[in-house]
Design a protein around this ligand. Structure first.
Ligand code: KIV
Length: 264
């Protein structure tokens, strides 16, 4: 998949499959799957580092994990999140952040929110950096959003999100993530845009869907919002395999001859 395929898929009504990924080994698996594109999300602050939210993601973290993922899945289209405030310090610092992430293997960047970001998006797109927008629940703004997860429930807020989606499209975004909003609103936004929408907690009518890798594989037992579906019980499977390893060591049945080197 390349940047042009996003619009082509929307036009052909073909759903876009996106998943987050943060490390080389997982990227190796993804490289052999039907997943279209990978997001090196700032959610890595939580999934990889155990922080409570994404505000702790730094440019260095995003850079290192983007490099690892791009080495693991060189055949996939990789989008990396611009982390908290990295795009609000100055245009020059934003361009440097973008340069770092692109040089480390990202083919596009994602930016949260529309207000105050349109000039930055335009500048980066004109500089050769494809940009993905992100509206709805945007965790980087959690302190201004308060405790509200589902966004756009009132008519006024829904209208603002629809307008912002159009502004992101006009600024040059090639796609927009819609996170945690009523199904009908995500449907309306998707129908009003010529660029694809990729939903998470936004119902079935978006042009694609994205979930966090650990959630798809059921690895995260501490977090299960309504919009997450575990496609396997990875936590139980991993635990069972690790206990089997420990038992084999304790019983002295690992390693076997086939696992050992002999002198000649
Ligand atoms: O960082 C992330 O995982 C994301 C998804 C929620 C879309 O931005």
């Amino acid at each position: 998949m390349n940047i042009l395929d996003f619009k082509k898929k929307k036009e052909a009504a073909e759903k876009i499959c996106m998943i987050t990924c943060y490390d080389y080994t997982s990227a190796r698996i993804l490289s052999n799957t039907l997943i279209d594109c990978i997001l090196v999300g700032d959610s890595l602050a939580m999934t990889m580092y155990g922080f409570q939210n994404t505000l702790s993601a730094t440019l260095t973290m995003m850079q290192l994990h983007t490099g690892a993922v791009s080495r693991g899945a060189p055949n996939k289209f990789i989008i990396t999140d611009l982390p908290f405030l990295s795009f609000r310090k100055s245009l020059s610092k934003t361009v440097s952040a973008a340069e770092t992430l692109i040089r480390n293997g990202a083919q596009a960047l994602k930016i949260e929110g529309a207000a105050g970001n349109l000039k930055i998006i335009r500048h980066l797109v004109e500089s050769g950096v494809p940009m993905m927008g992100h509206l709805g629940f945007t965790m980087q703004y959690m302190h201004t959003l308060g405790n509200t997860i589902v966004q756009g429930k009132t008519e006024a807020h829904a209208k603002r999100l629809q307008e912002e989606a159009l502004l992101l499209q006009d600024a040059g975004c090639f796609a927009v993530v819609l996170e945690c909003m009523p199904t009908q609103l995500a449907k309306t936004i998707s129908e009003n845009l010529i660029i694809p929408t990729i939903g998470i907690g936004a119902g079935p009518h978006t042009d694609g869907q994205v979930l966090v890798f650990q959630d798809v594989l059921g690895l995260n037992i501490d977090f299960k919002p309504k919009f997450v579906k575990n496609f396997t019980d990875g936590y139980a499977q991993h635990k069972q395999s690790l206990d089997a390893f420990a038992h084999a060591i304790k019983l002295g049945v690992f390693p076997q001859d086939e696992n050992c080197y002999q002198s000649s």
